[in-house]
Design a protein around this ligand. Sequence first.
Ligand code: AP5
Length: 215
Amino acid sequence: MINMIFLGPPGAGKGTQSAYIIRDYGLVQISTGDLLRQAVKDQTPLGKEAKMYMDAGQLVPDALIIGLMKDRLASPDCAEGVIFDGFPRTIAQAEALDSMLKNDLKTEITQIISLNVADELLVERAVGRRSCPKDGKVYHIKYNPPKVGGVCDLCGGTLTHRDDDREETIKNRLKVYHETTSLLKGYYADSGRFYEVDGEGNPDGVYEKIKGILG
Ligand code: AP5
């Protein structure tokens, strides 16, 4: 069974590559960013608290995120294998994940894949990202444009630009990544399950490398 973590800065392609893996491996993707955006949209207490951190490009506090993940992992669909996308982002979250998997699900992380992309490219990727609020499909105005500008190929819905994809916010998100989340590379380095992948080629080429790791 595969339980993998996607580590990587904002815009590295974690969501894009997760879609390929879901298609081929049938895993469940848990994106804490997507769960938080849904909570913001639904105006839940968590969403109201998380919004100010997200809009500023800061991390949402560990206690809130760990509680969110514990609830999500209790769902039976997680038993078939999970892609953790954007979680963990701190050492405290990584330790909590290890403990939840071991004690609650009697399983463990099988691969940690870190996608590496230069900061200049990441800003361009995030500024140009558009997504469909109905089916979640992600586009890029230059690298992966929809057939008709601003319209989802799959459902015909109007594409949106994420609030935190403004250039200034992205720069804050990158700063947080380098100061905090990248420390997780050290946390996992000696696990024997940690892989670094160059995320700068085209998405299909990046996926070939990931498939080589997942087997
Ligand atoms: P989150 O939603 O997790 O955002 P992120 O990690 O910053 O990652 P992104 O979704 O921006 O990028 P991605 O790597 O998925 O890239 P994508 O595939 O879309 O988090 C948002 C916020 O929520 C955080 O700032 C924080 O506040 C909060 N949060 C979330 N989790 C948290 C946690 N665990 N703890 C605390 N706070 C948390 O690709 C980007 C663009 O590039 C797309 O347009 C795509 O088409 C294009 N693209 C992708 N791959 C390629 C390629 N190979 N070549 C060219 N273009 C490409």
